[in-house]
Design a protein. Structure first.
Length: 454
């Protein structure tokens, strides 16, 4: 917070010297049981900035609807500079002992406009909800008080009495036109708003389309695939389930197109920086590498009728590789804490890559990320991030094939896996593969209504 305060002091001085108003919007996620004190944050951020002689305008807001909130990680500046990915701005998670691993990148160019415009809808949602009767009543309650309501929005502004109550929308026309940068590469921004909007989850469809387009290899670095569990069990929290559309896409890629799939996961229940259970720091939902691999096998069995166990085992041994995050020093720090992974990153056919905030386990949050559709740049990303990550992490010891095959007994999402019998000559029953390509994920991922947790 101190560094942000210093930065805003610099911005305020620049704005005053130029006699030009600079707008700063900061959006937080209003996580249940973790209220955001917007007034307190504004006070800390503006310490040392005069209230009545500044050209700085600051808004701090947060929202929640059902179990949706902002989960995007975006810093966009003047429609030209952009920082995005998986990093949260939490000191003890990243800057203290046993830090969590993460991935973000900085971009320059018109892609930053997309980030500004994506944020507009969230700020508009706050304004719309505060204009309702319920919103009028709730805004009288301090923002740091926990309120049990389906929807809550909070916002504070600086300077009081000078800045408008609500943050202005970003408009491209307010900025000077910029030519396309020399040497620019094609990018696509993909996002979702959670339950702010009804059913539409564009980023989910985009990710599915990428996975379904794979021809040679899919590489994935994520926190987990399985749903959040009841603590100390392998029972998903009520209403939560595995991300079947994504798992089915991986199953089809392996079985139909002979695609290799490589996955790096966080160690289950990794907690960085000495943070305890009550701190909410939990990187990994509790599932093992064998659990993830077994569920992919389970979906192959259910999608393809005539899969024999011996053939399936051989295919999986050759095509599916799953491991936990490691470094050259091993899988844990000197403190004994196992390494946590918070990246949301995947590469398709080594020609395009996604970096953003969206997990692949089921959660209906507001997310945003960027797809880089450029082979040379993708390979540079691989040289800098994926290749060292995979070289250190994959040792072949995290995903035992016997445990994977035996894991087909496990009941997941109220669907019982087909019992595995080694080298059984009988065919395995299941449903035929239905659909492909850019299918809607709403009903499969979220049933009739949206739900889930971070």
């Amino acid at each position: 917070m101190n560094e942000f305060n210093k930065a805003l002091i610099t911005v305020a001085e620049r704005a005053k010297n130029q006699e030009k108003i600079i707008n700063v919007r900061m959006m937080f996620g209003l996580i249940p049981s973790m209220p955001v004190n917007c007034d307190k944050i504004v006070k800390k951020l503006t310490r040392g900035i005069p209230k009545h002689s500044t050209f700085l305008r600051l808004w701090v807001g947060a929202w929640r609807k059902n179990v949706s909130w902002n989960h995007a990680k975006i810093i966009a500046v003047d429609g030209h500079m952009l920082h995005t990915g998986g990093h949260n701005l939490w000191d003890r998670h990243y800057l203290k002992d046993s830090p969590v691993h993460d991935l973000s990148f900085e971009l320059e160019g018109r892609i930053a406009n997309d980030a500004h415009r994506y944020a507009n809808e969230q700020w508009s949602f706050i304004q719309r909800k505060q204009h309702t009767i319920v919103g009028y009543l709730l805004k009288k309650i301090p923002s740091n008080w926990e309120v049990v309501t389906q929807t809550r929005v909070v916002i504070s502004s600086f300077p009081k009495g000078v800045a408008h109550k609500f943050a202005p929308s970003f408009k491209i026309g307010s900025l000077p036109y910029r030519e396309r940068l020399e040497g620019s590469i094609p990018m696509i921004s993909i996002g979702r708003y959670g339950s702010i909007v009804w059913k539409l989850r564009a980023a989910d469809d985009a990710i599915l389309a990428m996975l379904n387009a794979s021809q040679t290899i899919i590489r994935i670095a994520v926190q987990d695939f399985g749903p959040v569990l009841v603590p100390g069990t392998k029972i998903p929290l009520p209403g939560l389930k595995w991300p079947r559309p994504y798992i089915d896409a991986l199953a089809r890629a392996i079985w139909e197109r002979d695609v290799d799939v490589e996955i790096v996961l966080s160690h289950p229940n990794s907690r960085p920086g000495g943070l305890g259970v009550m701190a909410g720091a939990n990187y990994g939902n509790g599932w093992t590498c064998e659990d993830v691999a077994s569920y992919i096998l389970n979906r192959i069995q259910k999608k393809f009728v005539f899969v024999r166990s011996k053939i399936l085992r051989t295919k999986i041994e050759k095509k599916l590789r799953v491991c936990y995050l490691k470094q050259k020093i091993g899988h844990e720090y000197s403190t004994g804490v196992k390494m946590g992974l918070h990246s949301k990153h995947f590469i398709v056919d080594d020609v395009c890559t996604y970096i953003g905030s969206q997990n692949l386990y089921v959660c209906d949050l507001a997310e945003w990320g960027v797809v880089v559709d450029h082979e040379d740049q993708t390979r540079k990303f691989m040289d800098e991030y994926w290749n060292p990550l995979w070289e250190a992490s994959y040792t072949g010891e995290d995903c035992d094939i016997e445990a994977v095959m035996n894991g087909l007994y496990t009941v997941r999402d109220n669907y019982r896996g087909i019992l595995y019998e080694a080298y059984s000559s009988s065919s395995i029953s299941g449903s035929t593969c239905k659909g492909s390509g850019n299918m809607s994920t709403s009903t499969e991922l979220y049933s009739e209504d949206t739900d889930d947790t971070d």
